[in-house]
Design a protein around this ligand. Structure first.
Ligand code: SF4
Ligand code: SF4
Length: 590
C-alpha cells in the first residue's frame, strides 16, 4: 500500500513500523507533527509524550532506551542546543535499544530565531548523522538508524530540514515489526560516567567512529548515480533534489549518511569525474571534510550558505561555475517581492491587551519565544529583546544588575516557555535578590507551534487527563512572595497591577489568565462595530494592531480615516473599545 505523506508523517510511520516504543519531544516547527501523528494514530502501540523541554525529552528517551525500548527524542534545531548536554555524554554511554534523535533544521528561518546546521552536532558528538532527501527516506532511514544505533552502540542523529519535514511524497507502507530487547541491566562502566569510566568510554567512541567510517564506505545509504563524467556532485538531503533538477546530466554521489563521510568512496568518485562539486544547504560541512582529505572540490564559492537553497540558486551556481549557460530568461528578471504581510497577533489575542497596558508603563520588556514576540513589531512595539527559550528573565535581571538605566525592565514569557526553561531563571532572580517583575502570559497552551499541551494544560499528548501545574503556586514555591493574576482584557486592571509590582523592591510575578483564542477551540463572542457618529478619527484603535480593524474608506471632514471592524474577524474581545476615547466602538447587536 502507498500513502501520500509529509516527511514528518512518514518518519512517525517509520517509528511505528520499525518497532519504536517510546517517543518524547518539545514542540517546535518544523518538527511538531511527528509527535502529533504518534499521539493520535499510534497511541495503542507506542507511548508518546510532550516533555517540558528538549533536554528532558532526550534524557527520558535515553532512559527508555537503556530500559530496552526503541526510542526517539524529537526537536527543532535550536532544541538540540538545549539537549546538547545529555547528548555529548550519551555518545559515551551508548544506548540500550536503538535510540534516534531527530533534529529538524530550519534553513531560511521560516519560524526560528536563527539558522543553524546541526550536522555539526554529529561531528561534535562523534555520532552518525542520517539525512533523508524525501518522505520515503524519512520513513526508511528510521530502520537504518535503529540498526546502526544497535550495531554500533550509538545514538543516531536523524536530520530533517523544513522542506523534507513538510513536503509530501508517496510512501510505501508496511506492517509494524517489534524487536525484543532486554530491560535495564546494571553496567556501571557503561552507564555511570564518572571520570575513570568516561575516559575508557572515550577510547571506545574513537574506535566506534573508525568502524562507522568503514561502514559509511560500504553502506547503501551513500550511493553513486552515474551519468556524464564532466561533472560529479556530492550532495544530500534536499540539496540532492535541487541538484537533480538543476543538472540532471551530472553524476551524483548521494549521501544518506552525512557523517561520518565515506572519504574513500568520494576519492574514487572524484577521480572519475572532471570537476567535483559539493552542493549542500547551509554550511560547508561536507566540503570542508572533503577538502581536508586532500580532494579538490568546489562548493560554497558558487552555492550560498545563506538561507535555503532552491533549484534556481543551484542552477545559477552551476552557471557561475561555467558548467551551465547563464539562464538569459532569468538573468535580468528581478524576483518579484511578495506583498509585505507583517505577522500579527490574531484578532482577540489576549496578549494584545497586555501589550497596550505595557505601552503605558514605558518599561523595557525583555521578551521570549512565543506569539507575544510579535509584540516587538509596530504598532505595538513593546518587546525589546528575544534570544532563546527562557532568556527573558535573565535579560531583565541583567539589565537591572548592570544598573545603567533608570527605566525598569520587565520579563515577558508564556506558560509553556516558563515551564520549558523560565523556572530556573526565576529561582535565580529570587536567589540573587533581584527586584524585577516577570509576566507569565498564561494562554493555557503552547500556541505558537500550533496548540500543543504542556504540564499546565491538564491534557497529555495522547489525549489523557492529567494534573495541571498551578503556575501561581509554583512561583510561590520558588520563593516569589508577590504573585498576582490579572485579566489582560481588562487593560486598566492590568496596568494598575503591573505598575504596583514594577514599583515593588522585590521579585514579583504577574500572570495573565485569558486562554489563546484558537486552542483548544476557537473562542468567538459577539463582534464590535464603529459608531461613525461618535468616531472622531483619532486613530487610537489602529494602534492596538488588531487585523480586524482597518480603514473603512471614509474620512472625516479633516480627511482623517474612519476605521471599520470586520465582523467575521472580530472575536468580541473588546480591547479596541477600551482604548477608544469617544466610546465609538460598540457591541454589534444587529
Ligand atoms: S495563536 Fe493564540 S496566543 Fe498566538 S497570537 Fe493567536 S490568539 Fe494569540
Ligand atoms: S479609537 Fe474610537 S474615535 Fe478613535 S478612530 Fe478608533 S473608533 Fe474612532
Amino acid at each position: 500500500m502507498e500513502m501520500l505523506l509529509a516527511g514528518n508523517e512518514a518518519l512517525a510511520r517509520g517509528f511505528y513500523e520499525y518497532g519504536g516504543e517510546f517517543a518524547s519531544a518539545y514542540p517546535g516547527t518544523p518538527s511538531t507533527e511527528i509527535m502529533q501523528v504518534m499521539g493520535k494514530f499510534f497511541k495503542d502501540d507506542l507511548y508518546s509524550e510532550w516533555a517540558p523541554n528538549e533536554k528532558v525529552a532526550l534524557e527520558t528517551a535515553v532512559g527508555a532506551s537503556y530500559g530496552g525500548a526503541r526510542s526517539i527524542a524529537v526537536m527543532k534545531h535550536v532544541g538540540l542546543n538545549v539537549a546538547a548536554d545529555p547528548l555529548m555524554t550519551l555518545s559515551y554511554t551508548g544506548v540500550g535499544a536503538g535510540l534516534i534523535i531527530v533534529s529538524a533544521d530550519d534553513p531560511g528561518m521560516h519560524s526560528s530565531q536563527n539558522e543553524q546546521d546541526n550536522r555539526f552536532y554529529g561531528k561534535f558528538a562523534s555520532i552518525p548523522v542520517l539525512e533523508p532527501s524525501d518522505s520515503q527516506e524519512a520513513k526508511d532511514f528510521v530502520k537504518d538508524a535503529f540498526e546502526i544505533s544497535e550495531k554500533f552502540d550509538t545514538p543516531v542523529l536523524l536530520r530533517l530540514t523544513t522542506r523534507i519535514s513538510h513536503s509530501k511524497g508517496v510512501v510505501r507502507i508496511g506492517k509494524r515489526n517489534t524487536v525484543d530487547h532486554p530491560g535495564f541491566e546494571r553496567n556501571i562502566e557503561k552507564y555511570v560516567m564518572v571520570p575513570a569510566y568516561a575516559a575508557k568510554r572515550h577510547s571506545i567512541i574513537i574506535d566506534r567512529l573508525s568502524k562507522l567510517k568503514e561502514f559509511a564506505e560500504e553502506s547503501s545509504l551513500n550511493k553513486i548515480l552515474w551519468n556524464g563524467k564532466n561533472v560529479g556532485v556530492v550532495t544530500g538531503s534536499i540539496a540532492y533534489q535541487h541538484t537533480r533538477d538543476a543538472l540532471p546530466e551530472a553524476s551524483v554521489l548521494k549521501l544518506g549518511m552525512g557523517y561520518p563521510l565515506p572519504i574513500n568512496k568520494i576519492k574514487k568518485f572524484a577521480s572519475e569525474v572532471d570537476r567535483l562539486f559539493v552542493v549542500e544547504e547551509l554550511e560547508p560541512f561536507y566540503e570542508e571534510q572533503i577538502r581536508a582529505a586532500g580532494i579538490e572540490v568546489e562548493g560554497k564559492k558558487y552555492f550560498t550558505n545563506f538561507l535555503e537553497l532552491n533549484v534556481t540558486k543551484v542552477r545559477k551556481g552551476f552557471a557561475d561555475a561555467g558548467v551551465l549557460e547563464p539562464d538569459s530568461s532569468s538573468a535580468d528578471k528581478k524576483e518579484e517581492p511578495l506583498l509585505p504581510r507583517p505577522p500579527v497577533l490574531c484578532p482577540g489575542c489576549p496578549h494584545r491587551g497586555l501589550m497596550v497596558a505595557l505601552r503605558k508603563l514605558k518599561v523595557f520588556t525583555t521578551g521570549d519565544i512565543g506569539c507575544y514576540t510579535l509584540g516587538a513589531l509596530p504598532p505595538l512595539s513593546q518587546i525589546d529583546t528575544c534570544l532563546c527559550m527562557g532568556a527573558s528573565i535573565g535579560h531583565a535581571m541583567g539589565i537591572e544588575k548592570a544598573g545603567k538605566t533608570s527605566k525598569k525592565a520587565v520579563a515577558l514569557l508564556g506558560d509553556s516557555t516558563f515551564l520549558h526553561s523560565g523556572m530556573t531563571s526565576l529561582a535565580s532572580a529570587v536567589y540573587n535578590n533581584s527586584s524585577i517583575t516577570v509576566i507569565i502570559a498564561d494562554n493555557r497552551i503552547t500556541a505558537m507551534t500550533g496548540g500543543q499541551d504542556n504540564p499546565a494544560t491538564s491534557k497529555t499528548l495522547m489525549g489523557g487527563d492529567t494534573k495541571a501545574i498551578n503556575l501561581s503556586d509554583l512561583c510561590g514555591s520558588l520563593g516569589v512572595e508577590n504573585v498576582k493574576t490579572v485579566d489582560p482584557y481588562d487593560i486598566d486592571e492590568t496596568y494598575n497591577t503591573l505598575k504596583e509590582e514594577i514599583d515593588r523592591d522585590a521579585v514579583s510575578v504577574v500572570i495573565t489568565n485569558r486562554p489563546c483564542m484558537l486552542f483548544p477551540r476557537k473562542i468567538k463572542d459577539e463582534p464590535f462595530r464603529i459608531d461613525t457618529d461618535k468616531c472622531i478619527a483619532c486613530g487610537v484603535c489602529f494602534s492596538v494592531g488588531c487585523p480586524a480593524i482597518s480603514g473603512s474608506g471614509a474620512t472625516n471632514d479633516k480627511g482623517k480615516p474612519i476605521p471599520a471592524i470586520d465582523p467575521a474577524m472580530c472575536t468580541g474581545c473588546g480591547i479596541c473599545a477600551k482604548v477608544c476615547p469617544s466610546e465609538a466602538i460598540v457591541e454589534d447587536k444587529s
